[in-house]
Design a protein around this ligand. Structure first.
Ligand SMILES: Cc1cc2nc3c(=O)[nH]c(=O)nc-3n(C[C@H](O)[C@H](O)[C@H](O)COP(=O)(O)O)c2cc1C
Length: 392
């Protein structure tokens, strides 16, 4: 007999429902920290809305009995074409948030990318043993610190290094300003009043809150106080980053090196000349440059520029299995998800993230079945409806 499904799982029947449950569970400043975007949140909205403009053209008469969702990325198998993207301060959403998401990825047979800004240091997260595990870094004014993080990641067995290029100046996140949320977290009077209504989160996090910090930035014999570390991080990011820095990392890192934050097709093409192994088409989930296009809208141009020489991944607004199928049809090899991971963590920790991946898995499988697609590798542009080829 199978165990009855917990109530939260029944209520979390899709990703939007997970978001609603997370909203109910989290203090508003924390929910908004994850949920919000920059300025008017145009790009944030476009990321999701642009998928609605793309339609699927099914061929049910080639319907397979079973679907194979697996893909291989940089020589590693994934059980579905989704990885957990890097999100800072996951440990604010559930105790040992980063450990939870790493273990959940492993259980689901996929991988994760750890944020530079994890609460738990990268070495400790690596102990989950999940592979593939990728480490995300920035270019710092102190280039030695970028090097140090890369060297630590190599030593801890991370498979790939992800250089995020779209965060060298912090985006203007106005929800955080309105809520008085800052790094380090500070809650104004309304924030504290709101928190009182989130008793479960407060109780669960009572031992964690005083220790929330940026684990990778703590140095021996130095205070782990988050304000010291946040100050160092902010002042260290260097807007004057260039291809020379990419070359330097390329010399240092022998495994797959991936650029995250690519939108311009020309920059994608240039990356090939610098020995990059993969690209993530991303606008940081609309948290950085408001007014940037939806990632799914620029994907075809990036795919065309790269001509199949390296795998292209995408993130931003992927909330449905059908979004994943559309991205693959437009040439992505796999997708990453950001906010859904934090919503799932906030709802049920590790079990929440396993459940979230299961939602995507079931939705992708159903969409593939309805479309008559047997294998993820077989998904191509002919699965999409083109208005221009419609007669009359
Ligand atoms: C709360 C939060 C923190 C994030 N932190 C990082 C980070 O540390 N490094 C990074 O490269 N991207 C970071 N991102 C961006 C995600 O990796 C990803 O690009 C984005 O969330 C994808 O869009 P989605 O949230 O619509 O899935 C963060 C996103 C959120 C929501």
């Amino acid at each position: 007999m199978t165990a009855p499904q917990p109530a939260w799982q029944r209520r979390a029947y899709n990703i939007e429902a997970l978001r609603s449950l997370a909203r109910a569970a989290l203090p508003k400043p924390i929910f908004d920290f994850a949920d919000g975007g920059a300025e008017k949140e145009y790009t944030l909205r476009r990321n999701e809305a642009a998928f609605d403009g793309i339609e699927l053209l099914p061929r049910p008469l080639s319907g397979p009995a079973d679907r194979d969702l697996s893909v291989s990325l940089f020589g590693k198998p994934l059980s579905l074409p989704i990885l957990l993207g890097p999100t800072g301060l996951a440990g604010l959403f559930w105790p040992d948030g980063e450990g939870c998401l790493a273990r959940a990825a492993g259980k689901a047979g996929t991988g994760f990318c750890l944020s530079h800004g994890s609460v738990v240091p990268l070495e400790k997260v690596a102990a989950s043993g999940t592979s593939p595990r990728w480490m995300q870094v920035f270019i710092y004014k102190d280039r030695g610190f970028t090097r140090e993080l890369a060297e630590r990641a190599a030593k801890a067995g991370y498979d790939a290094l992800v250089l995020t290029i779209d965060n060298q100046l912090l985006g203007n996140r106005e929800r955080d300003i309105r809520n008085g949320f800052a790094i380090p977290p500070r809650f104004g009077a309304t924030g504290i009043a709101g928190m009182a209504l989130k008793a479960q989160w407060l109780w669960r996090m009572r031992r964690e809150i005083p220790n929330i910090t940026f684990g990778n930035y703590v140095r021996p014999n130095e205070t782990a106080d988050i304000s010291t570390l946040a100050g160092r991080m902010g002042s260290l990011l260097d807007p004057a980053m260039s291809w020379r820095d990419v070359d330097e990392l390329r010399r240092l890192w022998t495994g797959p090196l991936i650029l995250k934050g690519i939108l311009h097709p020309e920059e994608a093409r240039q990356a090939l000349d610098h020995g990059i192994d993969g690209l993530i088409v991303s606008n940081h989930g609309g948290r950085q440059l408001d007014g940037a296009p939806a990632t799914i809208d620029v994907l075809p141009q990036v795919v065309a520029a790269v001509e199949g020489r390296v795998p292209i991944l995408i993130d931003g607004g992927i909330r449905r299995g059908s979004d994943v199928v559309k991205a693959l049809a437009l040439g992505a090899k796999a997708c990453l998800v950001g906010r859904p991971v934090l919503w799932a963590l906030a709802v049920a920790g590790e079990a929440g993230v396993v459940h979230m991946l299961d939602i995507y898995r079931r939705e992708i499988d159903r969409v593939m079945g309805l479309c008559g697609e047997a294998r993820v590798d077989g998904i191509a542009k002919d699965l999409l409806f083109s208005r221009s080829s419609r007669p009359g």
